[in-house]
Design a protein around this ligand. Structure first.
Ligand code: GLU
Length: 288
């Protein structure tokens, strides 16, 4: 079976050295495996992923010598497919309308913690979704529904996990876990969002579905997404999708020891290019 790799950036800012590492590592591993190399543009956030940023992204990838098959998949052109997957989860009774606003969640967490009860956070540091019933009561939920208040669609995580027939794991091939089996812990994420108030899908849903639809066999991406794999594995089982292998790679850290972000312009590939860096300089800096 031909190995299929993908690099899947979100063009909501300029690509930086961390993206260069991810793209070129994918390319290196795909070449070594005699596999295919796909590019997927993760632009479900149609407000932030502007045409100008998408064009800049393609230009930067060309500059570093990232070669991929033609016609990258653009997620913004596939909302219908995400809706179909969502409908399937809904038909299983695993999805609910979530009306709490950010400030209501914040207020609830502050109140709970003021009583000396720490409120759990997900691996990204966001408070777990408290659920609408306890905070709003059935009457208020109904009132919001009837008045057309905006809602997100969330996965009922406990119910979803209760459907699993055995342990949930993935095969990790990243530097720290050559061939290691990792036990997934989706409960750590609570009721994740499947469709946002302003976007009819979410990162977790679209990334999982697309990897399957594109026949991806090897997911190579940054260590910052290691724990999110728990959610992706769960969605794969719920939706009957194949299980790719995973390779989470080291992150490129900034001078302050923190992971690079797109808002740090000085590590943006185009800034480095403008400052006279060559592709060889980039490769040396990221060690590839
Ligand atoms: N689009 C995601 C990002 O740019 C990466 C998705 C993935 O590789 O799974 O952070």
């Amino acid at each position: 079976m031909t190995a299929v790799f993908r690099f899947a950036p979100s063009p909501n800012g300029y690509l930086h050295l961390g993206h260069a590492l991810s793209a070129l590592l994918n390319q290196k591993l795909a070449q070594a495996a005699g596999g295919r190399m796909l590019l997927r543009i993760e632009d479900i956030d149609t407000a932030r992923c502007t045409p100008a940023l998408k064009a800049a992204m393609l230009e930067d990838l060309r500059w570093i010598g990232f070669a991929h098959e033609e016609l990258p998949r653009r997620q913004s052109e596939h909302f219908g497919e995400y809706a179909a997957a969502l409908a399937r989860l809904q038909s299983m009774g695993l999805v609910y309308e979530a009306y709490l606003t950010r400030s209501e969640i914040r207020g609830f967490v502050a109140e709970t913690e003021a009583q000396g009860k720490p409120w759990p956070q997900d691996p990204d540091g966001a408070p777990l979704y408290p659920g609408d019933a306890a905070l709003l009561g059935a009457g208020e939920i109904e009132r919001r529904r009837a008045s057309g208040a905006p809602f997100a669609l969330r996965l009922d995580m406990r119910k979803a996990v209760s459907l699993l027939k055995g342990p949930l794991c993935w095969q990790e091939e990243g530097a720290e876990g050559q061939g290691r089996t990792v036990t997934a812990d989706p409960l750590a994420w609570g009721d994740v969002i499947l469709a946002r108030k302003d976007t009819p899908t979410s990162y977790h849903l679209s990334v999982t579905l697309d990897d399957a639809l594109q026949g991806v066999t090897h997911v190579v991406r940054g260590q910052d997404l290691f724990l999110a794999t728990s959610v992706h594995r769960l969605l794969q089982v719920l939706l009957g999708l194949p299980e790719p292998r995973y390779h989470h790679h080291r992150l490129i850290l900034g001078a302050d020891g923190r992971k690079l972000s797109k808002s740090e312009g000085h590590t943006a590939l185009r800034e480095l290019r403008a400052a006279g860096w060559t592709v060889e300089d980039v490769r040396r800096r990221i060690g590839i």
